[in-house]
Design a protein around this ligand. Structure first.
Ligand code: Z5A
Length: 212
């Protein structure tokens, strides 16, 4: 996809267990990049605003029951329905800071017992992130933070399995940040790592496809 080396925005994905601090860091990062004059948008998956996203939301809040494979494919469809807009934005020079992506899809569904490669398959061909910031925290520590336990997957034993699956997905696009540090220390590291990648994409880097 896209052999052109034109200036573009960066696709930066945040991953990690529940309450690892993704939402906090994404918000701070967007303000920081905006302050530097970059065109930047905050995205999150699931995107609960679409009709597919509303089905996912009902499932996560225990207001509907769905077969494990069905919900997995809905999470994936929710990314596919945003794929072309994502490419347009990136090529127009907008950096996208994305709270969860395909790695969550595979880690959570395979932690339920679905086949790992089967879980990856529907994600193949989505846009590959330029950077994945993995906020690393042990589940016990995350559980001490506010609001834990409200949604379907927020149970300690399950989160341990999710952490194991995440480890299998790590590749050269990943940067692991210790999320147990104070929020401001995490923020400082995140800003440095992300800015470097934003500049690289501005200088020109082809958009590539995930896992293909
Ligand atoms: N899921 C899936 O199965 N398949 C998929 O394809 C996708 C997702 C995309 C919804 O995710 C669920 O969907 C999720 C995965 C699954 N599983 N669950 N449950 P979500 O993103 O909507 O919800 P979430 O993961 O639970 O995210 P969260 O609640 O937004 O947590 P967070 O963003 O990582 O953390 P936070 O909101 O920034 O911080 C949590 C608290 O910790 C808050 O009180 C902060 O002030 C505090 N905090 C943050 N950083 C620190 C530090 N450094 N020190 C101390 N306290 C901190």
């Amino acid at each position: 996809m896209g052999a052109d080396n034109e200036s573009r925005g960066a696709l930066v994905v945040f991953e990690g267990l529940d309450r690892s601090g993704k939402t906090s860091q994404c918000g701070r990062l967007v303000s920081y990049l905006e302050g530097l004059g970059h065109s930047v948008e905050l995205w999150r998956f699931p995107d609960r605003t679409t009709s597919v996203g509303q089905m996912i939301s009902a499932y996560l809040t225990n207001n509907s029951q769905l077969d494990d494979r069905t919900i997995h494919l809905l999470f994936s469809a929710n990314r596919w329905e945003k794929r072309s807009l994502m490419e347009t934005k990136l090529k127009a020079g907008t950096t996208l800071i994305v709270d969860r992506y395909s790695y969550s899809g595979v880690a959570f569904s395979s932690a339920k017992g679905l086949d790992f490669e089967w879980c990856k398959a529907p994600e193949i061909g989505l846009i590959a992130p330029d950077l994945v910031v993995y906020l690393d925290i042990v589940p016990e520590k995350a559980a001490e933070r506010g609001g834990y336990g409200g949604e379907r997957y927020e149970q300690l034993e399950f989160q341990r399995k999710v952490a194991q699956r995440y480890k299998l997905l790590e590749d050269s696009s990943w940067k692991i940040v210790d999320a147990c540090q104070p929020l401001e220390d995490v923020e400082k590291q995140v800003k440095e790592i992300v800015l470097e990648h934003v500049m690289t994409c501005q200088r020109g880097k082809p958009v590539s496809s995930l896992w293909s």
